[in-house]
Design a protein around this ligand. Structure first.
Ligand SMILES: C[S@@+](CC[C@H](N)C(=O)[O-])C[C@H]1O[C@@H](n2cnc3c(N)ncnc32)[C@H](O)[C@@H]1O
Length: 283
């Protein structure tokens, strides 16, 4: 009966290009036996361990009992309000935020783009001794305030840095703001390690670009193909958008990258297909 009504409603909605879908959360379908869950957790831990040993961006703190840490993280995340498949960071990326914060041991963490509070939660979990500031121009979407995190309703650039030269500062940018601008701001303020979400190359940024204000991405700075005054045009939400590369601005931002790396893709372990973060050490 309910199924018939659901189908009938969808037939009507389809004429307007709409579709009714059952609300679902990540990992509603999940492994329940110890073997499968253990394998998933071990694979996630091993992926991070391989990466942290091979990377040369920073000297990591020694990390023991990584599998137990990942298992606890997974347990806490399952109980959290951060399992929506849309809008915010999902399991794999949140886990990397937690582990990166643990490995980097920052004194201060900047989380730009608080949204529902997921990234601030994961970062604070990884570095409980750090001062964590979570910024958003609209904090009304917060689902959880993590204890010890300071939530600030403004752009981070309006905040007076309270750290000293030499302090380890980590910043996570997931705020849909031009990444070249964020890179320069963070470099000027002495941030030591930057994590960028939504860093897409020239070939695939379109779905995540509702306006030209989100450009350029870090990938644009690294591309050998983008030339001065190159114009990009793309369709989003039925509207045509345009962005033109300004060579001098791109070069200025490019010069602020000391080292950079894309994190490995771990989607097949969890079937959560999120784009891996980009890390940048600025100068
Ligand atoms: C994709 S969500 C962030 C998701 C969150 N970091 C997570 O991990 O789940 C992007 C957020 O950036 C916020 N935002 C937009 N402009 C901003 C700005 N200038 N400074 C800080 N946040 C901004 C939006 O309000 C939105 O809540």
């Amino acid at each position: 009966m309910l199924r018939t009504a659901f189908r009938a409603l969808n037939t009507v909605l389809k004429t307007a290009g709409l579709k009714l879908e059952r609300a679902s959360a990540d990992f509603d379908a999940r492994p329940e036996d110890r073997f499968s869950r253990g394998l998933m957790v071990e694979e996630l831990a091993a992926g991070f361990e391989r990466w942290i040993r091979a990377q040369t961006l920073f000297t990591p703190a020694p990390m023991s009992a990584l599998t137990e840490l990942v298992d606890r993280f997974y347990h806490d995340w399952l109980q959290s309000p951060f399992r929506s498949p849309t809008g915010g960071s999902r399991l794999n990326n949140l886990l990397w935020l937690c582990l990166l914060a643990r490995a980097y041991e920052p004194k201060v963490i900047i989380d730009s783009g608080a949204f529902q509070g997921a990234s601030a939660w994961a970062l604070a979990l990884g570095a409980p001794a750090a001062r964590v500031y979570s910024f958003d121009i609209d904090l009304s979407q917060l689902k959880r305030r993590t204890s010890g995190v300071r939530y600030i309703e403004e752009d981070w650039i309006r905040f007076d840095p309270d750290w000293q030269p030499g302090d380890r500062v980590l910043a996570y940018f997931d705020d849909h703001v031009d990444q070249a601008r964020r890179l320069i701001e963070a470099a000027d303020r002495g941030v030591g390690l930057l994590i960028f979400d939504d860093d897409y190359p020239l070939t695939s940024f379109h779905q995540m670009a509702p306006s030209p204000n989100v450009l350029p991405k870090i990938e644009f700075l690294l591309s050998p193909h983008l030339k001065d005054l190159q114009t990009l045009q793309w369709r989003y939400g039925g509207k045509l958008h345009t962005w033109t590369a300004e060579g001098a601005l791109l070069e200025n931002a490019r010069r602020r990258i000391k080292a950079t790396e894309r994190l490995p893709f771990t989607g097949l372990t969890t079937n959560i297909m999120q784009t891996p973060y980009r890390l940048v050490v600025p100068q």
